[in-house]
Design a protein around this ligand. Structure first.
Ligand SMILES: [Zn+2]
Length: 254
């Protein structure tokens, strides 16, 4: 469904893959850098781009390594221009587990920002050496960007992290399907106006992200609903089999 991708390497058994559109974006960024300042511009742009996406991988690893502690198999982390996606074989039904797995992602971004600020200090401090200055500026931009990514992911638009956290809290009180329904509902309330505002502002990349979240939220709600119906059907069959009297072996379709 997600088309062509290339595998980079494995971390603790998790494949890290690049979607081909990611490579297109990298090529675009390198081209912009080249036009602006030749080879140094190209290297600088590529470096910044890769630094940002390393943080995206670390965010997904936060989710993945926490999930693995709960026995979830993580097939791969796929990098796309809109961000990363960790592919789990299942999402734990226990709200407390989903909560911890979800919080681990944005927590990684906040930790990265904190560590970068500890190393280079908060923005504003002057530096004489221009090379050190530019690295410092980059680290500060990267720190700020991590804060933004961490906060953006906490927007309660299921299946974004904030939406999953909301579902986990709801699932502590409501049946799982109901909790998912309300989380997906809140996501609609957030993404539709969000997309319209960004459309008005001409920010088409943000519009695409909101549309993607909207579709993904609905798809995941439908998947949970289907699974729930399957489970109920299976349970009904078992009940039927259990309650069938007689010495004959019970037939499922009897
Ligand atoms: Zn996340």
């Amino acid at each position: 469904m997600l088309g062509w991708s290339i595998n980079l390497f494995r971390i603790r058994g998790i494949r890290i893959s690049l979607h081909f559109s990611f490579l297109l974006l990298l090529a675009y960024v390198c081209d912009e850098g080249w036009r602006e300042a030749g080879l140094p511009g190209l290297l600088w742009s590529a470096g910044i781009f890769l630094a940002f996406f390393t943080c995206v991988v670390l965010h997904e690893l936060g989710h993945s390594l926490t999930a693995m502690r709960f026995g979830v198999t993580v097939r791969r982390i796929l990098l796309m221009p809109i961000g990363g996606m960790a592919e789990f074989d299942r999402i734990p039904r226990k709200p407390s587990q989903e909560l911890l797995i979800t919080i681990a992602g944005p927590a990684v971004n906040f930790v990265i920002a904190g560590v970068l600020w500890l190393i280079v200090g908060l923005p504003g401090a002057a530096d004489d050496d221009s090379m050190a200055m530019s690295f410092k500026a980059l680290a500060q931009v990267l720190a700020l960007w991590n804060i933004r990514i961490g906060l953006f992911n906490l927007i309660p638009a299921f299946p974004m992290d904030g939406g999953r956290i909301l579902r986990a809290f709801l699932a502590m009180r409501l049946p799982y399907l109901r909790a998912t329904y309300w989380a997906a509902m809140v996501a609609k309330v957030v993404t539709v106006p969000g997309a319209l505002i960004e459309l008005y502002r001409g920010n088409y990349f943000a519009v695409a992200i909101f549309v993607f979240i909207f579709i993904a939220g609905q798809a995941e709600y439908q998947a949970v609903k289907r699974r729930e119906e399957d489970d109920r059907w299976r349970e009904a069959l078992i009940q039927h089999v259990v309650s069938t009297p007689g010495e004959e072996p019970p037939l499922l379709n009897g």
